[in-house]
Ligand binder design. Sequence first.
Ligand code: AHR
Length: 500
Amino acid sequence: MQVSAAIHRDFTIAAIDDRLYAAFIEHMGRAIYSGIYEPGHPQADEHGFRRDVADMVRDLNIPAIRYPGGNFVSAYNWEDGIGPKEDRPVRLDLAWRSKESNQVGINEFAVWAKDLGIDMMLAVNLGSRGIEEARNFMEYVNHPSGTEWSDLRRSHGVEQPYNVKMWCLGNEMDGPWQIGQKKASEYGQLASQTAKALRQMTPDAEMIVCGSSNDEMPTYPEWERQVLEECYENVDYISLHKYFGNSSRDTLNFFGKVEETGRYIQAIGGVIDFVKAKKRAKNDVYICFDEWNVWYHKREQDSANWRSWDWPEAPALLEEDYTFEDTLFIGCLLNEFIRRSDRVKIACIAQLVNVIAPIRAEADGPAWRQSIYWPYQMASLYGRGTALKVAVDGPTYDCAVASDVPYMDIAAVHDKAASAVTVFIVNRHLSEAADLRTTLTGFPDATIDFHKVIEGHDLMASNGPGAEVIAPTKGTGLAVADGVLGGSVAPLSYHVVRLK
Ligand code: AHR
């Protein structure tokens, strides 16, 4: 197939917020315990955190991480995780029918995040709790000294406040599965009042209010309208969540879910604009897509397991084995986030370790990178700067979830500081190579600095311990000549082309 594309230095979408490549980790399954934290593991550091896992996280250059949940947060008492470890209570985690030992709490997590240079994005419990506990938590975390909670933190050996700026006002509060599920207006009021109280303490804190749990919820997008009408002036972001699957084994339809996600973002952008106009508000609200990933391979089995098991501690849960097909999908999804970076300022891969995650840490064993680690890493490393519009002219297809889906999915980012343009290309065609011709305007001296590719695997192939077969290799077949990036792009292939 013939595909022509055009990239122009001045045709920009937005400055990409680095936090577009943020992550999420929850106290559930083996994400924390025997994921990032496993005292006694040969790789454990003096705090009990696994160095092998930390190294893989470090290589992702993650700017921010949402913690501690997720559904878990809606019945979590943050105070259970502070003070001497031996005094901390073991509690039932009502979200995942597990036992929570509380051996990791805010101070331990902060050590891990700081060591990796990752900013914390903290969620408060607005399910079983409310404004009072949220304000106490912020006082413990952000206030310097001289008050009950800040002095308690100091007595726990943390002299300086953390100055956390990103605060999530609960989690998926529309969901019937959520502890403390609420009606939209009720939640909107609570979120608004909580945000106001927290801002009294940390005026430059950014507030993230819960949107729908996904775009298939019966109350979507009316939920967003009602919630924002209650709290618009007091918040900065509204959260979107979406998980993807291909149980019907229809690859093109699976890939089309990226287009569906674009519509989701566009729809919420419209709701934001509507409420802003209706309220004559001055502030802007952006999108925080704070849970996204593929999640379906073991979903049914997992769901049956945790509903029936007898409150185990740190059980294996949602440990998906990601495929090459998922790699291509995530490449396209990240391209969509780049194309929508005028609306989406923060996005969090959900999650980071073991639970629906790009990194697997075997208990008492090795850590390894899943196939989806790579498109996430490539986007995080090379997708920073200004998103450029890419006009693509080539064949498209129709599928159940979307029409006119281009086979070639292309996004481009201009990093002015590095004098580089990175082009992310996915050929989603099942069998045809693309003869690609991309004109580059405004980059007269550009040549290929590097070209990485992931291709040639069975769609259902996946990685495993000691067998990271799905990984980028050196790309061939693309070249720049006379201001045109062109060449052959194999079917079902993912490319990162860095031009300098
Ligand atoms: O990431 C797993 C779960 O998915 C989270 O706890 C919840 O927010 C979502 O439903």
